[in-house]
Ligand binder design. Structure first.
Ligand code: C2G
Length: 445
């Protein structure tokens, strides 16, 4: 009996996949098909799969060519599978010509002709979401190359009241400058709000009223009543309103949260995290007139794990800020819960180690700096032999993960699990509002 093996993602299964499976089956008597897991695809840079693994497996099964279906989870697995299943022939499409020659040491390698004119990418790109940018600063500049990595995300235009810098930004990035915000709204299906944070509320509201989906930079808005109003407006109009909190969508951070929630370090007793980024005093980020300061700029990051893991029912919350020219150049926040404590340090005019430690009754998690965009963390125990290290991909600037989530949400009409729930977003906005109100704030000289 001749055993053949082939692999693929098989997203939105199409005629090209079917032809390939048919040809692979014809090479022998028994066909094994390896379907890639979502995680493995993420690792090899495929950020755009439309169907989840169950759907993709079902689709392969329905072709009737596979005698056995396995899942492919890691690089190097092909060698293990070939030896484990006594495979005679490894077959793959000709787009991979030469790439799997290293398997010739283990079995025969056959590159089968690829079907021209059809691909999952082509099918996916039929649905595109046109995105208009408000604000053309540094984060908007990083957004464009990141969006280009996400299928169906099509950045088309930008608006900035400063016409000259808008034109220059658009020329550099090959998109259309818009002379007014209304013109921007008319040019797109969705708006990415990347303007200074004190302007978010007005831009988000106007975009929603115009029927556009919104991805808004953090901090979202400066008060819970504004946040509530915008979230209910989006719900009423059936539009997606998401914040661009890159940490919330970062694969390693998501994995870490699930592990902590599953009890791997026991009960959480304390969280401490910091984010400090020394910033020019002349920057608008340091200007009190524009709600600048360390808290507004950086607190969204450490507030996220605290709210996600310990919730919003803290008994006490206090802030200590070192001030300069009316803004906090450094702030420490201290949360007291019934069963735990949490704290964070943020700074634009002071520097400290940017790590995060989540302490539990069985062990702790250590995430080295910069923890808010990490691809690595460790679980540490009293018995060091039990310690574990975790590596998960974090490509480029990491904005592609939030953009992917936003696009999937828009295309599935909001039918995806919100990785940052409205409740969590409101609780985070509330912390921000408490700080700005000066309630429980001790100013240090
Ligand atoms: N294919 C084809 N014709 C097309 C499209 C795809 O013959 N028009 C083939 C590919 O060459 C591959 C298989 O169908 O052999 C599955 O394609 P994908 O789902 O795109 O998976 P791929 O990224 O090629 O994964 O470890 C994973 C594998 O190495 C291949």
């Amino acid at each position: 009996m001749k055993t053949v093996i082939t692999y693929g993602t098989y997203d939105l299964l199409h005629q090209g996949h079917i032809n390939l499976l048919k040809r692979a089956k014809a090479l022998g008597d028994y066909l094994i098909v390896g379907v890639t897991t979502d995680n493995f695809d993420l690792e090899r840079g495929k950020l755009n799969t439309h169907d989840d693994i169950i759907k993709r497996i079902e689709a392969v099964k329905a072709t009737g060519y596979a005698d056995k279906i396995i899942i492919e989870e890691y690089s190097g697995q092909k060698i293990d599978d070939i030896t484990r299943y006594g495979v005679d022939i490894f077959a793959i499409g000709s787009d991979w010509e030469g790439k799997f020659d290293y398997l010739k040491e283990f079995c025969q390698v056959v590159y089968l002709p690829r079907t021209e004119g059809i691909s999952s990418t082509m099918i996916r790109s039929r649905e595109s979401v046109k995105i208009g940018l408000v604000g053309t600063g540094s984060i908007a500049g990083r957004f464009i190359p990141e969006a280009s990595k996400v299928e169906s995300a099509d950045v088309v235009s930008a608006y900035n009241p400063d016409k000259k810098s808008c034109a220059e930004f658009c020329r550099r990035n090959g998109i259309a400058p818009q002379i007014s915000f209304d013109a921007l709204l008319a040019s797109c299906d969705a708006v990415y709000v990347a303007s200074p944070h004190y302007t978010h509320y007005q831009y988000v509201k106007a975009s929603l009223l115009a029927g556009k989906h919104v991805l808004c930079e953090i901090p979202f808005v400066l008060s819970t009543s504004e946040a509530e109003e915008l979230l209910s407006l989006a719900a009423e109009k059936n539009l997606v309103l998401m914040t661009a909190h890159k940490t919330a969508y970062c694969p390693a951070f998501r994995h870490l949260l699930s592990m902590v929630k599953s009890g791997i370090i026991g009960d959480v007793v304390d969280i401490n995290a910091s984010v400090t980024t020394i910033t020019n005093e002349m920057s608008h980020k340091m200007d009190s007139r524009f709600s600048g300061g360390s808290f507004s700029e950086n607190a969204c990051f450490p507030t996220l794990p605290i709210i996600k893991l310990l919730g919003a029912d803290y008994r006490d919350l206090r802030f200590y800020s070192k001030m300069k020219n009316g803004v906090d150049i450094y702030t420490k926040a201290l949360f007291v819960y019934d069963n735990a404590t949490a704290s964070f340090q943020v700074g634009l005019g002071a520097k400290t180690e940017g790590c995060m430690i989540i302490s539990g009754t069985k062990g702790y998690i250590y995430v080295p700096a910069p923890w808010w965009k990490t691809d690595y963390f460790e679980i540490r125990y009293e018995d060091q032999n039990l310690n574990k290290k975790f590596f998960l991909p974090y490509y480029g600037e990491g904005l592609r993960y939030e953009i992917r989530e936003f696009i999937s949400s828009v295309l599935s009409k909001g039918n995806v699990w919100k990785l940052l729930s409205d409740k969590e977003l409101l609780a985070m906005t509330d912390v921000q509002e408490k700080y700005l109100s000066g309630e429980s704030l001790i100013r240090l000289g």
